[in-house]
Design a binder for this molecule. Structure first.
Ligand SMILES: C[S@@+](CC[C@H](N)C(=O)[O-])C[C@H]1O[C@@H](n2cnc3c(N)ncnc32)[C@H](O)[C@@H]1O
Length: 246
């Protein structure tokens, strides 16, 4: 299995994830969280969303965030509170007993996995019977960029090729349901929403840095110039899936 995490863990990529919160990106799972639940957050990054999960399950519950990157867990640990802990682990080999969690959450991870069905299978193993999994991934097939031209389209295509060469999927959102079913969970609800970046420079810089680091300086510069226009729009399509362990 050849897999490389495309965004990397630069200061820019980490700040990009750290700007998220449970309110901004975790809404799809809110209705399934209850006080006292044991929750696992897979691919938690710097832990910005995990904090809100911990608040939702209260002092009688517990959230464990895992990420395979030592740097991210180091940052996440600075947010740890009595009912929130973090540890280094891969979603493919979770260091927990069978049926250890009531709910498993994973935001913006599955689009980077070369074997997403294996990831779902492992999540299913640590989920109690009747427990809930909530996954969310973008789907580049639904992104809206405006204004656009051949150079902008080429830059976006190059970024997508990079993620796919690294083993990821840029149309992950629409595949979540089949990955979930393939991994033995029962899909219950699929939803989609748009995230419109208030300042296109933020997302353009995030993508441009990765293009630059892989020799696509021209496309990086096209995206930066595009974002400088006052009327630029970057609307990112997110698909979320709720599933249950039967
Ligand atoms: C795009 S970030 C998302 C972080 C956070 N969940 C969020 O939505 O802001 C994906 C995270 O998954 C982690 N990751 C990638 N592959 C992983 C794997 N196989 N197992 C565990 N974590 C992984 C990366 O290190 C990164 O921190």
């Amino acid at each position: 299995m050849d897999e490389q995490y495309t965004p990397g863990h630069s200061a820019n990529a980490t700040a990009f994830m750290a700007a998220r919160s449970f309110n901004s990106h975790g809404e799809f799972i809110r209705a399934y969280l209850e006080l006292g639940m044991k929750v696992l957050d897979c691919g938690c990054g710097p832990g910005a969303i995990s904090v809100g999960l911990a608040e939702a399950v209260g002092e009688s519950g517990h959230v464990t965030g895992i990420d395979f990157a030592e740097s991210q867990i180091g940052i996440a640990k600075t947010r740890a509170i009595s009912n929130l802990s973090f540890q280094i682990a891969s979603v493919y080999e979770l260091p927990f007993e069978d049926e250890a969690f009531d709910l498993v959450f994973s935001h913006a991870l599955f689009e980077h996995l070369a074997d997403p069905v294996r990831g779902v299978r492992e999540i299913r193993r640590v989920l109690r019977t009747g427990g809930i999994a909530g996954l969310c991934s973008p789907d580049w097939g639904g992104f809206i960029l405006s204004p656009t031209d051949d150079a902008v389209e080429t830059a976006i295509t190059r970024y997508r090729m990079l993620q796919e060469k690294n083993g990821g999927q840029t149309r992950a959102g629409r595949q979540l349901g089949s990955w979930i079913a393939g991994g033995g969970l029962v899909p219950e609800k699929m939803q989609a929403r748009y995230e419109c970046y208030p300042n296109s420079r933020v997302i353009a810089e995030y993508l441009a840095l990765q293009l630059e680091q892989t020799g696509n300086e021209e496309s990086a510069s096209v995206l930066r110039n595009w974002a400088a226009s006052a009327c630029s729009l970057f609307a990112q399509a997110w698909v979320s899936a709720i599933a249950r362990k039967a």
